[in-house]
Ligand binder design. Structure first.
Ligand code: ATP
Length: 353
């Protein structure tokens, strides 16, 4: 079993409140990602779960049992860090085997475990090499195999792909999700990279300034962000936000009006923000719901173009499937898919639905 729960974790370092009442339920066998910008409290959360951080308040529960007072070793969790250190004089095989030797496993058990993990990570042919004879990515795989060869209650991973180049990082994302599926173990994974989070997680917890903003599947967090901040943090290019208010059956902004979406309960006149993602906008099709704007800039991305359109004083990013040409200042209409738009209360930032 590998169920992990934390209740009301709080922790201050001097004047900095790193955690402010963090509560999370991490199901057994899930790939759970803690996502947030630098300084949000992700590492502190992970260290609290591992028993490496003395808390001001809150509790940690492992498989339903209160483990707040347990030592790190008694918790039976494996921590995987950004920087892996391999023993330089040992072969890859010896490096991977070392945690099992420390536990006095039998040679046949060790051989079977190393074989299984190396085949999972595709490093069988590297086992007799020493770290100096491996590339950075190969070293990372060996280090990962060494971390995974144990069978702890859960794996805690703190941005383990940060030091890899982009191509390898993308490869390792796929690899990690595959490894997770085949091990069936609980992974708790910390990152500030939303693409990494959305592509690997079963569940994502979004953290900001020590507070949980939202917990949900990647689709829920992306499609139904709980507040304006989550909407802005998750998604690339970032969501466009236009100031507006409701007036009868219309939404009225600076120099534009749109039909008021059926689903909104906002009262007339209250300051709102209309959130529009680049893929829910078009400059190629005509529709009933459109915003007048002018071309501000073009970002050709090979298979598509991101068109920056100025609406009033704000810039909206629009994903176009084809090559778009035009001169800055040219007038154009942005068609909006209102069923996929988001509305937030401008004062509280909370989503209105
Ligand atoms: P990053 O993505 O940059 O690693 P993070 O989300 O993991 O950030 P934490 O490392 O948990 O953030 O830090 C949360 C806050 O607590 C930060 O403001 C950080 O400066 C502060 N902090 C963390 N550890 C300590 C410490 N040992 N002493 C003082 N302040 C600390």
């Amino acid at each position: 079993m590998g169920t992990v729960a934390v209740r009301g974790l709080s922790k201050s370092f001097g004047k900095v409140q790193a955690l402010d009442g963090v509560t999370l339920d991490i199901p057994d066998g899930s790939f759970f990602v803690v996502l947030g910008p630098s300084g949000a409290g992700k590492t502190t959360t992970l260290r609290a779960i591992a028993g490496l951080e003395k808390l001001d308040a809150g509790s940690v529960h492992l498989d339903g049992r209160d483990a707040t007072g347990d030592s790190p070793a008694a918790r039976d969790l494996a921590m995987v860090f950004q920087n892996y250190a391999l023993y330089p004089r040992h072969t890859a095989y010896e490096n991977i085997a070392s945690p099992l030797r420390a536990r006095r496993c039998s040679p046949s058990e060790i051989a079977a475990a190393v074989e299984r993990m190396s085949s999972l990570l595709h490093i069988e042919r590297l086992l007799q090499r020493r770290p100096a004879q491996l590339s950075g990515g190969e070293m990372q795989r060996v280090a990962l195999a060494r971390a995974l060869v144990r069978q702890p209650r859960a794996f805690l991973m703190d941005e383990p792909l940060t030091n890899l180049d982009l191509k390898l990082r993308v490869e390792m994302r796929t690899e990690l999700t595959r490894i997770h599926r085949s091990l069936g173990a609980t992974f708790i994974y910390v990152t500030n990279d939303q693409v990494e989070a959305l592509s690997m997680a079963d569940q994502v917890a979004v953290l900001k300034e020590g507070k949980v903003q939202q917990v949900g599947t990647p689709a829920e967090v992306y499609e139904r962000p709980a507040n304006q901040w989550v909407a802005g943090f998750v998604g690339s290019p970032p969501i466009g936000l236009l100031a507006c208010h409701a007036e009868g059956d219309r939404l009225v902004g600076e120099g534009w009006t749109l039909p008021r979406p059926r689903w909104t309960t906002a009262e007339d006149g209250r300051p709102l923000l209309l959130g529009l993602r680049a893929e829910d906008l078009s400059v190629e099709q005509r529709g009933d719901a459109s915003l007048p704007g002018e071309l501000y800039g073009l970002e050709p991305l090979g298979d598509r173009t991101v068109v920056d359109v100025r609406v009033g004083t704000q810039i909206l990013k629009v994903k176009a499937r084809t090559t778009v040409t035009g001169t800055p200042g040219e007038r154009l209409l942005v068609t909006v898919d209102l069923d996929r738009a988001h509305l937030f209360d401008a004062d509280t930032g909370l989503a209105l639905s």
